[in-house]
Write a protein that binds this ligand. Structure first.
Ligand code: MLC
Ligand code: AMP
Length: 466
């Protein structure tokens, strides 16, 4: 029973863990986390949903764990989100309080500070496994981000399946420096470590030097992080003593895989996931690691390919289809969006990922790309073209805007905006998006054009822009 609990502190080992979490200069033992997070729980327990300013700090971890202990749904808010994005997240989620520091964009919510040194030892009953642990906001092709509802059951199943695939135990020290408002850095990267009982070193920023200094056995990164490490041979060589280097959230380029293998002697483990599905496919610690391929369905997950008419696509290693998945780690729908939720499920109960893939006869998966060009992955962040276009159109003088992702060595894809209108300076337009939405959603380049290519129906033909 204890092991099935999502109360991440109810791990298999009963003893304290001295450095359960190191983040920046702060070290927290398991009992520090339990005492301080339970004190948070006491102050939020009467709320249903609370927003958490998800800075890469110990306070964020205590706030999240406090919500899990109390059975309150947590809504992580990206710390660099601008007024438009933040207002949307707060209004759409219906958060009743703001856990974290005061700032000018707390939407009038009561602010509950997270006190590092407060302690409570009250014991809360384990909430039901169907209760919603998180609303995670993620971009769609159009419109503002949607709130993904993740249950305790989904999170526990997702973490346990990966622990099995990666042979992840309390003997590992996990290292990463990823943002604390997504599945990768927060759900897997913090709750995974706490549930399994493996100490976590969060490096605040995912730089090569910080990864080396941390001296762990299990490392998480998005491909941009691995590509920067591969370009820094001394840092890469210093990771040779690790057990597993895990890459995900975007495709790991084959040359980066090969460079890492040459410099560290370790072939990276690649895995595939989504905010909506946790991680469903991965290469295994004890299995083949094939460059450019993401491996096999994890325990409990199933996958299949369908063509545009919904017909089966053979798993022959060559035929391309849209990947559909199912399993206990999937989300419970988008908050307040029954139609969008229904659109992503087939009648027979599979989730349509929107990713195009190939499956070989041994069940190995290769992700070929996204079905829609309007979902961009830049530095591992998912960004909807529509959201950025709406922001650009709000800038005085901009009459039309079309946003695409173009290949980029460092970021995987780089956001480029084509704009029609009287635009003063590109930098003003870039800063407008960076401050209104969030910094990683800003175009890296603005191209002012006389007209956008449109088809007979008037629809912008983005393929011609690329
Ligand atoms: C630059 N900056 C600006 C700016 N231009 N700020 C405001 N306005 C402007 N116009 C500042 C930034 O604030 C930042 O400052 C600095 O410049 C660098 O910004 P950047 O170039 O955007 O960041 P960079 O260092 O390149 O980031 C790379 C990265 C990041 C890899 C660290 O992309 C990242 O953290 N990616 C992780 C994404 C992730 O976790 N995805 C998981 C999704 S879950 P400062 O001060 O901050 O340095 C998922 C499921 C699954 O996908 O499968 O896992
Ligand atoms: P997000 O919602 O931010 O979790 O983004 C999910 C998307 O990231 C997926 O739909 C994929 O397009 C992409 N993705 C995640 N992991 C991988 C991977 N290993 N290879 C290729 N794409 C990936």
């Amino acid at each position: 029973m204890l092991l099935r609990s999502l109360n991440p502190l109810a791990v298999a080992r009963g003893d304290d863990i001295p450095d359960a979490v190191r983040i920046g200069d702060t070290r927290l033992s398991r009992s520090d986390i339990l005492g301080a997070a339970t004190s948070v729980a006491e102050r939020v327990a009467r709320a249903e949903r609370v927003a958490i300013l998800a800075t890469p700090t110990p306070q964020t971890i205590l706030a999240v764990v406090g919500c899990l202990i109390a059975g309150v749904t947590a809504v992580p808010v990206p710390p660099d989100s601008g007024p438009a994005e933040r207002a949307h997240i707060l209004a759409d989620s219906g958060a009743q309080a703001w856990l974290g520091d005061h700032d000018e964009n707390t939407g009038g919510l009561p602010v509950i500070p997270v006190r590092m040194h407060a302690r409570s030892w009250h014991s809360y009953p384990e909430p039901g496994e169907d209760s919603i642990a998180f609303v995670l906001y993620t971009s769609g092709t159009t419109g503002p981000p949607k709130g993904v509802l993740l249950s305790r059951r989904a999170i526990a199943a997702g973490i346990d399946a990966l622990a099995e695939a990666w042979e992840w135990t309390w003997r590992d020290t996990l290292v990463h420096g990823l943002p604390l408002f997504h599945v990768h850095g927060l759900v897997l990267g913090v709750l995974g470590a706490l549930r399994i009982g493996s100490p976590l070193v969060h490096t605040v920023a995912p730089t090569p030097e910080a990864y080396v200094r941390a001296g762990g056995s299990l490392y998480f990164g998005v491909p941009t992080v691995w590509s920067r490490i591969a370009d820094d041979p001394d840092s890469a060589a210093a990771l040779a003593g690790a057990r597993l280097l895990v890459s995900g959230s975007a495709p790991l380029p084959v040359p980066v895989f090969e460079k890492l293998r040459a410099l560290t002697g370790l072939a990276p483990v690649e895995r595939y996931g989504m905010s909506e599905t946790m991680l469903t496919v991965s290469t295994r610690a004890d299995g083949e690691r094939r460059p450019g391929w993401v491996g096999l369905p994890v325990r409990g997950a199933q996958t299949r390919l369908r063509d545009e008419r919904g017909e089966p696509v053979p798993h022959d290693g060559e035929s391309i289809g849209v990947l559909q998945v199912r399993g206990p780690m999937l989300f419970d729908g988008y908050l307040n969006r029954p139609e969008a939720t229904a659109d992503t499920w087939t009648e027979d109960g599979w989730f349509v990922t929107g990713d195009v893939a190939v499956i070989d006869p041994d069940g190995f998966h290769r992700i070929v790309g996204r079905e829609s060009t309007d979902l961009i992955k830049s530095g591992g962040f998912r960004i909807g073209a529509g959201e950025v276009e709406t922001s650009l159109l709000g800038f005085p003088g901009v009459r039309e805007a079309a946003v695409i992702g173009v290949p980029d060595e460092d970021l995987g894809q780089r956001i480029v905006a084509y704009v029609v209108g009287d635009v003063p300076e590109s930098s003003a337009l870039i800063a407008h998006v960076a401050t209104e939405l969030s910094v990683h959603k800003r175009p890296r380049e603005i191209r002012v054009v006389d007209a956008l290519p449109r088809n007979a129906m008037g629809k912008v033909q983005k393929k011609l822009l690329a």
